[in-house]
Design a protein around this ligand. Structure first.
Ligand code: HEC
Ligand code: HEC
Ligand code: HEC
Ligand code: HEC
Ligand code: HEC
Ligand code: HEC
Ligand code: HEC
Ligand code: HEC
Ligand code: HEC
Length: 411
């Protein structure tokens, strides 16, 4: 908040230093419309008192996009022609109307955004994404989100502003794990579990709701080592993990497609994304909605008895060369299981990582965490266990479709 001494002299407090109608209005002079004391184009009036850091670099301050005329009108209360001229008034009203929180234009949180991000002002219509079968269900929560809430105490919900700061969001690229421009200035939880006002890494935003206080998810895969705490799965202390926080544990992953190497990092949103995401279609990216289970960017069949094809495991084959996997380069029985016996990747592999407090480096190397709906203990010793015995070698004790491994070894 800028001190009154720095305001335009036409914007004044009353003699007892209180903010009044007359701070912003002059009932005797209507040269700027609405009897305002100064012209509020680009929110000149609002910015006398409010300095919002970085706002001037965002499309919400800069874009000259106009409304195409299809209802609803994003600016029913102003005469300014475009996004840049409306500035703060794109999302806020100057007065308390109907007790709206933060003086927002709607009490339905996502409608503050959809009024433009429906193709009528912003270039891309996002509404249909949020009607897909697997979404971040922003529509089902109303009045739960609180501005400035602590992620450690917030009740279950999700809104656009839980992942985006509309005062900061802009297009700017970044490399994992760093947040891209559209996610700048958003609160989070760090890898150690501490709350942050501003996340540096994308996963810190996700940890607000999918780590120590996870939202309930239906249809979880029933794994030997259960988890719903992404912070424990992706921890560098985990016996194996996909490299979201730091480079992975295995230097020998020959299936990786260029430019990926064992030193690479990836985003949560490389796997969880709109199924219609396109790199060059601005507006189409983000974990907003997908036809694929678990809000995945591409198809990933789970369960049992799945025919192997480039599409059944398209998610994995986006980063791991299908022929390398089916040519048994590291695990000599990949093809036998995946193609011949129709066993999905998810029966053996956990796509995240193994809970650091439960797994261990011998039994849970290589993201091995069995699906208990398909695999059970072998009947003689009752063991259900994978053991890594060095690079490209290991053995299994288990029973699967009546096939007893006690143990079976590779290579
Ligand atoms: C912080 C600055 C500010 C203060 C304080 C303020 N207004 Fe306004 N007012 C505006 C702006 C900006 C507009 C034009 C944009 C709009 O209509 O939303 C406006 C528009 C209006 C309008 C015309 C449009 C409408 O909303 O019906 C009326 C009437 C009005 N104000 C009355 C008042 C009264 C009465 C008070 C004191 C109780 C007051 N205003 C205090 C900024 C202010
Ligand atoms: C003369 C100074 C002044 C002007 C001009 C002004 N504001 Fe404010 N605004 C304030 C003060 C003071 C507060 C109360 C801050 C607080 O409670 O910490 C406030 C609060 C707010 C809040 C937070 C409300 C809440 O419920 O938390 C918003 C949003 C806001 N103003 C938007 C605007 C917009 C948009 C404009 C331009 C139309 C504007 N302000 C113009 C002084 C001003
Ligand atoms: C694209 C939409 C959008 C624009 C443009 C926008 N805001 Fe906001 N603003 C919001 C939303 C949404 C919130 C509530 C955030 C939350 O719930 O976490 C908010 C919160 C606020 C708050 C209260 C919380 C805080 O961050 O201090 C103030 C004050 C505020 N805005 C002022 C402004 C001013 C001044 C401008 C123009 C310079 C502006 N806003 C432009 C959407 C917007
Ligand atoms: C008045 C119209 C308007 C409103 C309201 C609005 N936006 Fe935007 N927003 C835009 C425009 C225009 C762009 C620039 C990109 C484009 O043209 O599609 C943009 C860009 C963005 C971007 C950056 C990505 C990019 O393509 O540049 C994000 C993220 C974003 N908006 C989120 C939000 C959120 C969250 C809200 C609600 C709190 C919101 N917007 C409300 C018009 C709006
Ligand atoms: C503010 C809370 C919040 C944040 C932040 C958040 N999520 Fe979610 N997430 C939810 C809620 C609520 C659901 C819906 C749960 C349900 O279906 O009951 C969900 C669902 C999901 C699902 C499962 C969808 C399905 O249909 O099975 C995935 C995957 C997911 N989120 C990934 C992410 C990723 C990746 C991030 C970070 C970019 C993230 N989430 C950030 C609250 C959040
Ligand atoms: C966005 C790219 C990406 C996607 C999608 C992806 N992976 Fe990976 N994966 C990697 C990278 C990078 C590594 C290297 C990590 C290392 O060196 O430990 C890796 C490593 C692995 C490893 C070896 C881990 C170890 O510790 O030995 C397995 C197993 C694996 N991925 C399975 C899968 C499965 C199954 C899928 C589909 C659900 C999948 N991956 C999807 C990028 C990806
Ligand atoms: C390599 C791809 C990949 C990455 C990276 C990834 N996920 Fe997932 N995620 C999956 C797959 C595949 C599933 C489906 C179920 C399974 O395999 O357990 C899933 C399931 C989920 C679910 C729902 C079920 C559950 O296990 O809780 C949530 C929530 C989720 N992921 C959040 C995240 C978050 C948060 C991140 C980043 C910290 C992330 N994911 C990174 C592939 C990935
Ligand atoms: C769970 C977190 C989450 C929620 C909720 C969410 N977003 Fe996003 N959004 C993201 C992430 C992550 C990206 C960045 C994807 C990327 O480019 O890697 C993104 C990207 C975007 C973009 C830029 C798209 C592009 O192609 O560059 C816009 C615009 C946007 N979101 C608007 C919204 C709006 C509007 C809402 C609410 C209706 C919303 N988001 C809800 C996480 C979220
Ligand atoms: C029957 C259990 C099983 C199934 C099913 C399975 N894997 Fe594996 N996978 C393994 C084992 C065991 C290893 C460890 C090999 C080693 O010792 O290096 C492995 C290693 C990997 C690696 C890391 C080394 C490399 O070759 O790059 C990747 C990636 C991988 N699997 C991906 C997949 C994908 C994708 C699928 C599904 C199409 C799949 N796996 C199905 C057991 C399985």
């Amino acid at each position: 908040m800028t001190p009154p001494t720095q305001w335009d002299p036409r914007v004044k407090l009353d003699p007892s230093s209180e903010l009044q109608c007359t701070t912003c209005h002059d009932p005797h002079d209507d040269q700027f419309g609405d009897f305002l004391v100064v012209d509020n184009i680009h929110s000149f009036l609002c910015r006398q008192c409010h300095q919002i850091a970085f706002f001037d670099q965002t499309p919400h301050a800069l874009s000259n996009r106009q409304w195409n005329g299809a209802p609803p009108d994003p600016w029913p209360h102003t005469d300014f022609p475009d996004v840049s001229a409306n500035a703060c008034l794109n999302c806020h009203l100057p007065h308390h109307a109907g007790g709206l929180q933060e003086l927002l234009t709607s009490s339905v949180e996502e409608d503050v955004c959809f009024v433009c991000h429906d193709g009528n002002v912003a270039s891309f219509n996002m509404r249909p994404l949020f009607q897909k079968p697997f979404t971040h269900p922003v529509q089902i929560f109303q009045g739960v989100h609180q501005a400035g809430e602590s992620p450690l105490q917030a009740s279950t919900h999700v809104e656009c502003v839980d992942c985006h700061n509309p005062h900061r969001a802009r297009l700017a690229s970044a490399s994992p794990p760093f947040v891209k421009g559209v996610l700048q200035g958003v609160s989070g939880i760090d890898a150690a579990g501490n709350p942050l006002d501003e996340s540096s890494f994308e996963y810190e935003i996700c940890f607000k709701c999918h780590a120590d206080h996870p939202v309930a998810i239906m249809d979880l895969i029933h794994r030997q080592i259960p988890s719903g705490n992404a912070r424990k799965d992706f921890s560098t202390a985990s016996p194996s993990y996909h490299p979201v926080e730091a480079a992975g544990k295995n230097p020998d992953v020959p299936s990786l497609l260029s430019p990926l190497t064992p030193a690479s990092l990836i985003y949560c949103s490389d796997c969880h994304n709109n199924d219609t995401a396109q790199p060059n279609q601005i507006g189409s990216n983000g974990p907003h909605g997908s036809n694929h289970e678990f809000l995945l960017a591409k198809q990933y069949r789970t369960g049992d008895n799945v025919s192997e094809s480039p599409t059944s495991y398209a998610l994995c084959y986006g980063c791991h060369n299908r022929s390398s996997i089916l040519n048994d380069v590291t695990f000599t029985f990949h093809k036998k299981h995946v193609a011949d016996e129709r066993t999905p990747c998810s029966v053996c592999h956990d796509a995240h990582g193994i809970d650091l407090n439960v797994g261990n480096p011998m039994n849970n190397a290589h993201l091995i965490n069995f699906d208990l709906d398909v695999v059970s203990p072998e009947p003689i010793g009752g063991r259900l266990e994978y053991q890594s015995s060095g690079p490209r070698a290991g053995q299994c004790f288990l029973s699967c479709h009546g096939e007893i491994h006690n143990p079976k070894q590779y290579p």
